[in-house]
Design a protein around this ligand. Structure first.
Ligand SMILES: Cc1cc2nc3c(=O)[nH]c(=O)nc-3n(C[C@H](O)[C@H](O)[C@H](O)COP(=O)(O)O)c2cc1C
Length: 321
């Protein structure tokens, strides 16, 4: 499939995840074989007000292309301006969030609230497409709830105003992250529009990804929760879809090397205090499946500096050796 100037073969995208897919995490995904990532969702308003924390989220320097920046907002002009700003920071693609279910976001008419206001969703898309020369994509859910499935109608209208690729998280807003994603909607939308469709929801293994491609005919897949503490899943799935081969699971030594690299990167980009804080959740996820994980997780919560956290991780991952 094509996304602007980029040719992508059965792409496996690391999903945009607020609080997770920062620069450090994106670099880790690439380091272990993944090819495609999104930024976290970035507020259009915070960008145009030049909020320093938000501007840092646009640090794409040195990252592989295409660099995909996700924006959220509810005002077409503000979204258009934010998209222009993101492009000046090196965005190759602008993605519009039409699926975030969080009350704080939807109460501002942003994220999944756009599923209840199709004319506004379409106007935002049209304005952003006009504002920038790079491809503009959108990520949506099925609808607000099961009685108001709007994705087929919205998909057609987004295609008509120039959206270049659609990602469908096959759940409603009401479902949040529970229940099962209904992949049959991905197939329906793929059959209905010409632009590439990326399927998302409940992929935990490379085999799930293949099943989604086969069942829905989608052009690529996106994985979110399955990659928490398991960044290897993205590259592994990409390699499997391209070649049919399964890479072996990383052993404890490799896991330790990557979690330490991740820690080092977070501290480089955010400083030790914030870095340690943010790394606690990642480290807890990386520990999944490790002996005595619960005990190490508890200790992680009280580590106060990088050296302590490093020592603890070494103990946890090397205990078998
Ligand atoms: C903690 C968390 C943060 C998320 N942040 C975003 C976000 O910033 N933008 C977005 O479009 N989706 C976000 N999502 C949704 C995911 O990208 C994805 O659509 C959803 O988790 C379904 O995929 P999965 O079943 O592979 O987890 C988030 C999900 C979680 C669990």
């Amino acid at each position: 499939m094509k996304l602007g100037e980029f040719e992508l073969t059965k792409p496996v995208f690391m999903a945009p995840m607020a609080g997770i897919t920062d620069k450090a995490f994106r670099e880790i995904i690439r380091l272990v074989g993944g090819k495609y990532t999104f930024t976290e969702m970035i507020s259009d308003k915070a960008l145009i007000y030049n909020n320093s924390k938000t501007i840092k989220m646009l640090d794409l320097s040195g990252e592989d292309r295409p660099r995909i920046v996700q924006l959220f907002g509810s005002e077409p002009e503000v979204m258009a301006e934010a998209a222009r700003i993101a492009v000046t920071y090196g965005a190759d693609v602008i993605d519009i969030n039409m699926g975030c279910p969080t009350p704080k976001i939807v109460k501002n008419k942003e994220g999944a609230a756009l599923l209840k206001n199709i004319p506004l969703a379409v106007e935002i898309a049209a304005k952003v497409v006009k504002a920038v020369d790079v491809p503009v994509t959108a990520k949506l859910r099925l609808g607000w709830d099961s009685d108001s499935i709007v994705a087929p109608d919205l998909a057609a209208r987004l295609e008509a105003v120039g959206i270049s690729m659609l990602t469908l998280h096959a759940r409603t807003r009401e479902q949040y992250y529970s229940g099962q994603a209904d992949w049959s909607w991905i197939r329906r939308i793929k059959e209905q529009i010409k632009i590439p469709v990326i399927g998302n929801g409940d992929i935990q293994t490379p085999f799930d990804a293949l099943k989604m491609l086969q069942e829905t005919g989608c052009d690529g897949v996106m994985i979110a929760r399955g990659a928490l503490g398991n960044p290897w899943l993205i590259g592994k799935t990409q390699h499997f879809l391209e070649t049919g081969e399964i890479w072996p699971e990383p052993d404890a030594i490799e896991k330790l090397a990557i979690v330490l690299k991740h820690l080092e990167k977070v501290i480089t980009y955010k400083g030790e205090k914030i870095g340690i804080n943010e790394m606690r959740k990642h480290a807890a996820w990386y520990l999944k499946g490790t002996r005595n994980a619960a005990q190490f997780r508890q200790q992680l919560m009280v580590t106060s500096d990088a050296a302590q956290m490093k020592e603890l991780l070494q103990k946890a991952f090397l205990q078998e050796n």
